[in-house]
Design a protein around this ligand. Sequence first.
Ligand code: ADP
Ligand code: ZN
Length: 728
Amino acid sequence: MTEFFDEGTLVAVLTTQPLDRTLDYRAPEGGCFAGAFVEVPLGPRKVLGVVWGPGAGDYDASKVRSVIRVLDAPAMREEMQAFLSRAADYTLTPLPAMLRLATRSPGLGDPPSMRKVYRLGHGTPDRVTAARTRVVETLTEYGGLAFTLKEVAEMAGVSTSVVKGLVAQGVVAEEDSPRDTPFAPLDLDRAGHTLTEDQAAAAQALADGIGAGGYGTTLLQGVTGSGKTEVYLEAVAAAVRAGGQALVLLPEIALTEQFLTRIDERFGAKPAEWHSGVTMTERRRVWRMVAEGQAQVVVGARSALFLPYQRLGLIVVDEEHDTSYKQEDGVLYNARDMAVLRASICGARVVLASATPSLESWANAQDGKYAHLKLTSRFGDAVLPEMRAIDMRGERMEAGRWVSPALKAAVAERLERGEQALLFINRRGYAPVTLCRACGQQIGCDHCDARMVEHRFLKRLMCHQCGESRPMPDACPHCEAEGRLSAVGPGVERLTEEAAALFPEARIATLSSDLFGSARALKAEIEMIADGGADIIVGTQLVAKGHNFPKLTLVGVIDADLSLHGSDPRAAERTFQLMQQVAGRAGRSEAPGVAMLQTYQPEHAVIRAILGGDQEAFWAAEADERRAAAVPPYGRLAGIILSSTELAEAHDAGAFLARNDMPLRRIGAQVFGPAPAPIARVRGRHRIRLLVKAEKRAPLQPALAQWVAQLRLRGSLRVAVDVDPQSF
Ligand code: ADP
Ligand code: ZN
């Protein structure tokens, strides 16, 4: 039973303000339930909060203020409170920051008067002004979508009165918000594809788990195109049939559209969608419908984990190995791990799907912590792509050229047959280095320890660390020599140029995240390619993720050695996963596919493993190495990044922590560093890193918390703790 607080009793309210504790307030007129979303006074302001429990009662009762009002929003469930608390403890994040992830519904608790939305109408303005034109252009760009008054004004950069003026003339149409429009229910009786024997067995195992109830995680490991999606859609159906809600997490927003269509085809209804590309109005609707249990299926990005499900029955994490599940900004969490945590708290099932699981999940399946289901062959007549190496030592390469004669010949063959070829390079921009031929200096970012990367399509130099960008200069910023800047090394744009030179007749599409202003534009491009509108696709890892291009039969990897270098122990795993995923784009229909890897080290163990395709052997060997080194998943790691505008300040703090390591020594953990972080300066802040290594079962978080708490944060010093870092 949810606790009820009578009017005037003390309640603890958690706000999203950067405080390290809850604050006491008096319950408002009419009382309130635990979990209620409320507005409370904080100093001169009114802020959003959640009634977290009974008040602590540890300060002057006469000074305690009252809750202003209970918001018109479904209260936070106890299991959500528990999830946020446990997630905060795990990631060493202050609870208010965690709460912020769960209150991202714009207009949470808006009064009904704010539920009007605005879209383009049919009238014409009596008078044209620059501001009015901007409003019309903005709404036209969003093709008939509706927004709140504030949103329209903000997007167009005008005051709300300009928008209201246009409403009066019918140029902008005002209507009631669709926030409370329910989602169409899934048609669960609709027949899906007839599953193959292997698929049916896997689907049955997942359905049995859902039928049994309670928490459980399954690793669904199946080669690309084996029908993992078909299988887990059956689990979605089973969860919904059992009265639960299902969440499907995807690693890339660009994938959602294809996926929504798939759900629509399977169940005759579109699910709720949740990611940064979803409009504010739609987000309000999704948040509310999820909270009311009306939305049966949600498809989204990692932030969808923080929606207020009423009876979550299943979480699917598709492409579970994908590094984009790790949020590297603000709250550092891995959505895959948080999915497992959330499910374990509310008694839901988890399906982790991948062709190339993370070593973590693979090890958990080996140890029996996760159930393990495998699909070993592609569906239908499609076969797995053949993997071949092109030994670059034997290829005659011209300077400034990256496509070998062997790869060129293979592409030409595909074009003749009317098939598609993909050239893959995991580097955005035109060239990774811009060098001045007069003074020999490279152009770097003023704020980061990183090079500026030329983006020729945009005619700009960009820093991939901080996002700083400036027009491409003619003269060298160091020696001012004119016309001597030259591009060194290949990027995806340069490769596009080369492909165009090699195949002047071919239609070429470039897929790189920075080339598309919006998710919508990227989606259109992907559909165009899937429909056969391009002959050659030149792409970064954006293309490696799950896209289905039926006519694609050749994947050429320009530099298979690229991610092998460097000292990160995860390099082998990453390279292996990336190569398998990219290769997996080829030959997904009838025509067989080939993946050709350009490499200077065909004997390298990882390259050999990729060519040999024996995944289990590769994972077993990787596991042995990690076990010997006692690193994840056989040991625990945490990274501590100390940053400051003053290098000495960051360094001294690192040295201080390294000296005062008692809390860690008590649990048998070791500290390495301080040392410059892998990127030693970002946005003008110097970064020093410490690594903490502990045994698998050591109580790492409390020790870390105690250890870091010894630090006095002075000046511009900041500390970020990254539990289970992606690279180490
Ligand atoms: P994965 O998720 O493992 O990459 P998908 O589920 O996307 O595989 O399946 C690959 C392709 O094969 C898709 O186009 C899918 O519709 C088709 N497919 C898979 N299984 C079946 C089946 N049993 N009947 C019909 N089509 C199927
Ligand atoms: Zn920078």
